[in-house]
Structure formats: C-alpha cells, structure tokens
Design a protein around this ligand. Structure first.
Ligand code: UDP
Ligand code: MG
Length: 194
C-alpha cells in the first residue's frame, strides 16, 4: 500500500479559497506517489464554505468534511482533524491561501531526514505589525523558557509524523504552542523557511 498524506485544514469563512486550495494541493502531490485525504473542518462559517466543501466531497471522496455547530476555534478544529486523520504524514495548512502548497515536497524531505515535526517559517511576512510583534514576542519567550528556538512557532503550515499528532490534545489557544508540546515529548522538531 502506498503511504498516505492527510491534510487537516480548518476553515472559517473561506468560501473563495477552498476550491483553488484543493486544486493546488492536488496539483502538487499528484506525481509524488502518495495516497491522500483532505480533511476540512468548517468552524462555524457563515458564508458558502460548507457548500463548497460538500461539492468537493461529492466529486472526490478523499475530501472529508467536519462541520462544527458554531465557531469553536482553531484548536478544536485541528484536534477534530487529527482525531480523524489516517495518513502516515499529516499536514496542517490554513485555508486562506497564505500557505503555498508548492512547499509540500520541502516538508516531506525534512521528515525523510528524520524529523518528526517540521514547522513552516514565514520568512517574509505579509502581516500587519499588530500580528508580527506579538508573534516575535511569543517566539522569543518560548525560546527563553523552553530552549526551543523557532522563528514562527505559530505558523499554520506544518508537517507531522502521525505519532506526533496522536500525542496532542489541543484546546483553547494551545494550537499556537504545538512545537513545544512535541519537543517536550522528545519528538524531533525543526523549521523550514517558506
Ligand atoms: N480559522 C478557524 N477558526 C477560527 C479562526 C480561523 O478555523 O475561529 C481558520 C481560518 O479559516 C484559517 C486558519 O484558521 O484557515 C488561520 O486563520 P487566520 O488566517 O485568521 O489566522 P492568521 O493567518 O492571522 O494566523
Ligand atoms: Mg491567515
């Protein structure tokens, strides 16, 4: 059996980007020789996100859809996806096309080097200062208190070996700290610029 990639993608009001994101992921992985599943979590969207997801699912059964009854937040969304994921390798990506699927092979290469968790580092950020500054502070404090120095700990684009996600239990704001939990459990963590 081929190895399988699971994509776990939380989406709140992302109707515009769902289909392009799906197509870009398919386009990137189609020649890599993996089976795949894409698990989308509709986190209380009030736009046409769920409808787009239903349409994708009816065309491609590798697309799986979880629908929350309200806006339960990104941790709950990721955790629901992790619980359902059946791949050997799990990717998380944001649904808003801020993460470029063409980077997928670079993450896979790092996992093949022996890392258990590869975290994206948005080296050139397109975010406003009120997101950049808190992020710098979080990365600094994390490094200081845990010895785990990453530039962009909270980046939504990550790749994991399955054992890592099955060891996580996310709620509240904890999704921001995933690399710390993984490192504390002795998984090998690294980052790549994306
Ligand atoms: N998201 C979600 N629930 C929320 C807020 C965001 O599922 O309550 C999703 C959103 O659709 C996106 C990802 O989480 O796919 C990251 O959200 P956003 O782009 O707002 O975060 P940022 O890029 O500012 O970190
Ligand atoms: Mg975003």
């Amino acid at each position: 059996m081929d190895r399988k990639l699971s994509f776990v993608i939380p989406a709140k009001n992302e109707a515009e980007s769902i289909v392009p994101l799906y197509e870009q992921i398919r386009g990137t992985i189609k020649n890599l020789g993996y089976d795949y599943e894409m698990i989308f979590i509709d986190d209380g969207s009030t736009d046409g996100t769920f409808k787009k997801l239903e349409q994708l699912h009816s065309k491609d059964k590798n697309v799986k859809v979880i629908k929350f009854r309200g806006n339960w937040g990104k941790s709950a969304a990721l955790q629901a996806g992790f619980d359902k994921a059946q791949g050997d390798i799990i990717f998380t990506m944001d649904a808003d096309l801020q993460d470029n699927p063409q980077e997928i092979p670079a993450f896979l290469n790092k996992l093949n080097e022996g890392y258990d968790l590869v975290s994206g580092w948005k080296k050139t950020r397109h975010d406003p200062w009120h997101k950049v500054i808190p992020s710098r502070i979080l990365n600094y404090l994390t490094g200081k208190f845990t010895g785990i120095w990453l530039h962009d700990i909270n980046c939504g684009f990550k790749a994991y070996k399955i054992e890592v996600v099955k060891a996580l239990n996310l709620y509240g704001e904890l999704y921001r700290l995933i690399p710390i939990f993984a490192a504390k459990k002795n998984f090998k963590v690294t980052e790549i610029p994306i």
